[in-house]
Design a protein around this ligand. Structure first.
Ligand SMILES: Cc1cc2nc3c(=O)[nH]c(=O)nc-3n(C[C@H](O)[C@H](O)[C@H](O)COP(=O)(O)OP(=O)(O)OC[C@H]3O[C@@H](n4cnc5c(N)ncnc54)[C@H](O)[C@@H]3O)c2cc1C
Length: 548
């Protein structure tokens, strides 16, 4: 019997885990942005959610669900097709918690109409907190929520699915959706020959009585254990949208065969499949030939969620970095007290403050678009611009947050490596960066008057702040150029920055001024911390980001 070795050393100067916290109470910019956009009364509900998702148990579920990735069981032991994906129980727990909180349905009323203000803002605050803990499982959650917008084009289908979508129950059993307590929906558009250009879809749909038989493939179709998918396919009158359930109405398994699961950089708790349809049963959603118009209603909402999730990831990175810096000493001084580290952290805090103010402002527009034309115009022009800017800034931000933790940031036991690998996907799916810029240009060409009205509104909301007048003039000029496409990234980035200044001005005017000085006036270096903020501004930004 060998004797246990005495410890070789004492563990010193390491930060405790950032868990068992109230993710809402610790996030002053979030609470203020929620209140400024109509959600003040939800503070208690959000704090309960924040405590639950900030618990050590939820953090563990996130880690375990990503370490134990989904497995495709294409066949059973006798060679019969199964086409099921197995997930670790931790993934199912995450799904159940998000569903229980209504992340998949709370923006809809029981009949599938928008629930009205402040449902979008309140749900977005929860979605943002959940994204900071585990983002992969939010893919089917967001698609289910968004699918309702497309199903609205087919009122009978909406009426029959809403009683199931509208439940706050997660039911992972592999059974017909009509028999279940809750259901999830996915989306199949991308084929091998084209993801952006879905008009190139080759999957075909032929009429079969009231329904259709769908034959073809999808190169990316996430969350294959969803109960149904909204799928694009070519019908007689052109590209159309179809509701394709996992089971046919007679209860037999639909002809949906998963070829394999993608081996992804991040987003590993979530399954994304390659799939073939062999005359699969489908029901049309909306008019034949109007598939893009139908599914774009859904995509608008998934884009919104990409932006919210990206900001949630950045917030989590900031909180972990700041927490660590308050415990870790280097050269006899806490990192959080080293002037250079304070510059980095406060500049990151400013980025997150502006980002959360911006996405909450966007969600307010979603809340009010049905009744306020100005808000509908804001939503139309700024959804792609905000998706572009928030999603594309997340990987660089998370890399910097990771570096604040030094070597600990780079290893898989911490959450930052996972966040970093997760972050690029939000820019790629649901319309990649260039596609978002082209969509802003499309809004400007098809609805020029209202789009320019929104620009003027932003300028008014940020009036007097440094750089606002010149940024507005620049954006206007850039978008009027006949060759606007070539300079669209610059103009769209400036548009998002201007909108962020305007949104932050309604929440924290001094910080809107700092953001305008550092981002619009043109003095911001390429790296976080390459700014020269006053001592008291730095202190206030850090205290708000994570009250000590
Ligand atoms: C993890 C993951 C999960 C996914 N899940 C799903 C899913 O569930 N359902 C689904 O349908 N799809 C899904 N996708 C696919 C995703 O939506 C597409 O990858 C995306 O839309 C881009 O399409 P693509 O890959 O065909 O690239 P392309 O369309 O070939 O685009 C390549 C690049 O060209 C740029 N580009 C495109 N057009 C232009 C232009 N006119 N001018 C300048 N630049 C342009 C794009 O911005 C992009 O950067 C998923 C992807 C990933 C990574």
């Amino acid at each position: 019997m060998s004797e246990a070795s005495p410890p070789a050393h004492e563990v010193l100067n390491q930060s405790p885990p950032f868990v068992d916290v109230d993710l809402f109470a610790l996030d002053v910019p979030l609470a203020e942005a929620v209140a400024a956009n109509g959600g003040a009364n939800a503070a208690q509900e959000l704090s309960e959610f924040g405590r639950h998702w900030g618990s050590v148990a939820m953090a563990e579920r996130g880690r375990i669900a990503n370490e134990n990735t989904p497995k495709l069981r294409a066949f059973d032991s006798r060679g019969n097709r199964r086409d099921e994906v197995e997930f670790h129980p931790a993934y199912h727990e995450l799904m159940a918690r998000s569903t229980h909180a209504g992340l998949h349905n709370s923006t809809w009323s029981a009949d599938g109409r928008p629930a009205g203000a402040p449902a979008e803002v309140v749900r977005a605050a929860k979605f943002y907190m959940a994204a900071g803990v585990e983002t992969g499982h939010l893919c089917p959650i967001t698609m289910t929520r968004a699918s309702v917008a497309a199903l609205s084009a087919q009122p009978d289908l909406l009426a029959s699915t809403m009683p199931v979508i509208g439940n706050r129950a997660y039911d992972p059993t592999f059974a017909p959706w009509t028999t279940k307590r809750g259901m999830t929906l996915g989306m199949g558009m991308t084929e091998k020959q084209g993801g952006t250009d879905v008009r190139s879809n080759m999957t075909r749909a032929t009429r079969d009585g009231d329904a259709y038989r769908i034959t073809g493939h999808k190169w990316f179709m996430s969350a294959p254990m969803c109960d149904a998918f909204l799928v694009l396919a070519q019908a007689e009158r052109g590209l159309s949208c179809f509701f394709m359930p996992r089971f046919r109405p007679d209860g037999t398994v639909n002809a949906i065969q998963f070829q394999r699961l993608k081996d992804k950089l991040g987003n590993r708790s979530n399954a994304s499949s390659e799939v073939e349809f062999f005359g699969a049963y489908g029901r049309r959603v909306g008019e034949e030939g109007k598939g893009i118009r139908t599914i774009i209603q859904m995509v608008q909402l998934t884009r919104q969620d990409c932006a919210i999730a990206s900001v949630g990831l950045m917030r989590s990175g900031l909180a972990h970095a700041l927490h660590h810096a308050r415990y870790r000493s280097v050269f006899q001084k806490h990192l959080a007290d080293q002037p250079l580290m304070r510059s980095v952290l406060s500049d990151m805090a400013l980025h997150v403050e502006a980002s959360i103010a911006l996405v909450m402002r966007l969600c307010r527009a979603f809340d009010r678009a049905a009744v306020e034309p100005d808000e509908a115009a804001y939503m139309r022009l700024l959804t792609p611009a905000i998706k572009y800017w928030t999603c594309k800034s997340a990987p660089g931000f998370l890399y910097e947050a990771m570096e604040c933790l030094g070597g600990n940031g780079y290893v898989e036991e911490g959450i930052l490596a996972r966040h970093y690998r997760e972050s690029p996907v939000n820019a790629i799916w649901e319309g990649s960066g260039n596609v978002m810029c082209l969509d802003v240009l499309r809004a400007l060409s098809t609805e020029a008057g209202t789009a320019m009205g929104t620009l003027q509104q932003l300028a008014r909301e940020a009036t007097g702040l440094p750089g606002v007048a010149s940024a507005t003039a620049f954006i206007e000029k850039a978008f009027r150029r006949p060759d606007a496409e070539g300079a669209a990234r610059l103009a769209v980035e400036k548009l998002a920055l201007l909108a962020a200044v305007a949104a932050l001005n309604a929440v924290a005017p001094r910080h809107a001024e700092l953001f305008a000085i550092t981002r619009l006036v043109g003095n911001h270096g390429a790296m976080y911390g390459a700014v020269d903020l006053a001592h008291e501004d730095v202190g206030r930004l850090l205290d708000r980001a994570l009250p000590a």
